[in-house]
Design a protein around this ligand. Structure first.
Ligand SMILES: Cc1ncc(COP(=O)(O)O)c(C=O)c1O
Length: 478
């Protein structure tokens, strides 16, 4: 049902406030001020407080988020985040700081940054971490700039970055943006790196291989040490896309897998609701031999004093104004401190358990293209349902009718009619069962009453869109 705009509720003279009687002499603004400084009457809606509260509450109910229900977006990890971390990010003494304050006045906050970067180094097996980059993709770009500078210092101008075809789209984009040539590596039939193909692809012109482990199919690359040997064998670097850290924390560390550098997605793994482009934080971790290239300034500790060090002659320079997205960093810090090492390990266990439970329940109804064990996410295909006439998109839209969010669809590109599902560690078995039952029910509907699926959604504010018109002539105003 379409809802009136807030202006349409307006009634002249209706107010949402009451002010005490004026206890100072009233003045006439037109006499006191130059008329050019006096605003014309604004056409604002006139409403009572309850009108406003109901209007915005009703708008908020039209939205769907992790606080409304499961949000099983594979690769994008939309999990519920503890609300206490929101409170911590808003503590006045932290949120009202100014980055131009002197180091001596910021010791508490610098300590937080220092501890967080050390915690991330420990979790990942890297030696040093910068908190500057503002997103995963920004972390990738930062790391690629480090890779470039490293080879430049060695007097080499390596041009190629190898990226598997199952990689997140930001990987090839970042490599191209950093001025490299992207070489695609086709996955094998198990959805993993094909060692022979990799050997055939890399050479003295290869700067790095960008890899996610588990990869974007949710599959752990078991031959990772051989992969590292092949890449290092030609003098290249191994880069870890750490956006999927909730699949491995406490069990394995990228540093121990022989990765040379990596980025984290704090906003995915360690709290902070995100989506729609932000806010994010993509710290970059490096092994010792790359520390001098990190963005400056670098946070150091001299005795008990924390300070920014600017004299870094080999640094790639700044990648962000000031020191990073502080409020996201605070949430990550609170999350890590609250959970501790055991808690983070439990996060991984629950993420992996939930994904495997759901996969086991759905794999006979939807087609499972890769049978390899998966970790925190898995990819199904709706190809069987497509043969009956309903597409992955139809299924995704029908899920909305049942009050549940859809998984990532049509990604990764290596799977036709892909449904990429990441239930995350925060969902309990009741929620998982509800989602599973809905998916099975939709598949049954496709056999018995396909039109209801093909024309979905029926219960949302905006019904089924004409996809072509929506793409070609988007109506973004209302
Ligand atoms: C595997 C992987 N790499 C990189 C990124 C990019 O991160 P961001 O969206 O913060 O730029 C994502 C995003 O979800 C991801 O899933």
């Amino acid at each position: 049902m379409s809802k009136p705009l807030i202006k349409e509720y307006s009634s002249p003279g209706r107010k949402g406030y009451s002010l005490p009687t004026l206890d100072v002499p009233d003045i006439n603004l037109e006499e006191e001020l130059n008329p050019k400084f006096i605003r014309q009457q604004l056409d604002l809606p006139e409403l009572s407080e309850v009108d406003v509260a109901r209007h915005f509450t009703s708008l908020s109910q039209k939205n769907y988020g992790v606080d409304s229900g499961i949000y099983p977006l594979g690769s994008c990890t939309m999990k519920y985040n503890p609300k206490i971390n929101e409170d911590i990010a808003r503590i006045e003494g932290l949120s009202n700081l100014h980055p131009y304050q002197e180091d001596k006045d910021l010791q508490g906050s610098l300590k937080i940054l220092y501890e967080l970067k050390n915690n991330l180094a420990e979790i990942s097996g890297m030696d040093e971490v910068t908190l500057q980059p503002a997103s995963g993709a920004h972390g990738e770009l930062t790391a690629l700039m480090i890779i470039k500078q490293y080879f430049k210092d060695k007097g080499e101008e390596r041009k190629k970055i190898v990226v598997p075809d199952s990689a997140h789209g930001t990987n090839p984009a970042s490599a191209a943006m950093a001025g490299f040539e992207v070489v695609e590596l086709k996955s094998n039939e198990r959805g993993m790196i094909d060692l022979d193909k990799l050997r055939g692809l890399v050479d003295e012109d290869t700067a790095a291989l960008m890899l996610t482990n588990p990869n974007t199919l949710g599959i752990f690359e078991r031959e990772i040490l051989e992969v590292a040997e092949i890449v290092h064998g030609v003098g290249g670097l191994l880069y870890y896309d750490g956006a999927n850290m909730n699949a491995i924390m406490g069990y394995v560390r990228p540093g121990d897998m022989d990765f040379d550098l990596m980025h984290f997605n704090l906003h995915k793994t360690f709290s902070t609701p995100h989506g729609g482009g932000g806010p994010g934080s993509g710290p970059v971790g490096v092994k010792k031999f790359l520390t001098s290239y990190l963005p400056k300034p670098v946070l150091i500790k001299e005795g008990n004093f924390f300070k920014w060090e600017y004299h870094r002659p080999h640094s790639i320079g700044r990648v962000h104004s000031f020191y990073g997205n502080y409020s996201v960093i605070l949430r990550a810090y609170a999350y890590i401190k609250a959970l501790g090492a055991d808690g983070l390990r439990k996060v991984t266990e629950n993420a992996v358990l939930n994904a495997n439970y759901m996969k086991a329940k759905l794999k006979d109804v939807y087609y499972l293209p890769y049978e390899e064990d998966s970790l925190h996410e898995f990819v199904l295909s709706a190809s069987k349902q497509k043969e009956k006439g309903a597409t992955t998109l139809n299924i995704a839209k029908r899920l909305l009718d049942y009050g549940q969010y859809a998984p990532t669809i049509y990604f990764p590109l290596v799977v036709k009619e892909a449904l990429m599902i990441e239930p995350t560690e925060t969902e309990n078995i009741t929620t998982l069962n509800k989602f599973i039952a809905t998916m099975i029910n939709i598949s049954r509907e496709i056999e018995n009453n396909i039109e209801i699926v093909k024309n979905a959604p029926h219960n949302t504010t905006i019904k089924k869109l004409d996809e072509v018109k929506a793409a070609r002539k988007p109506d973004l105003r209302w």
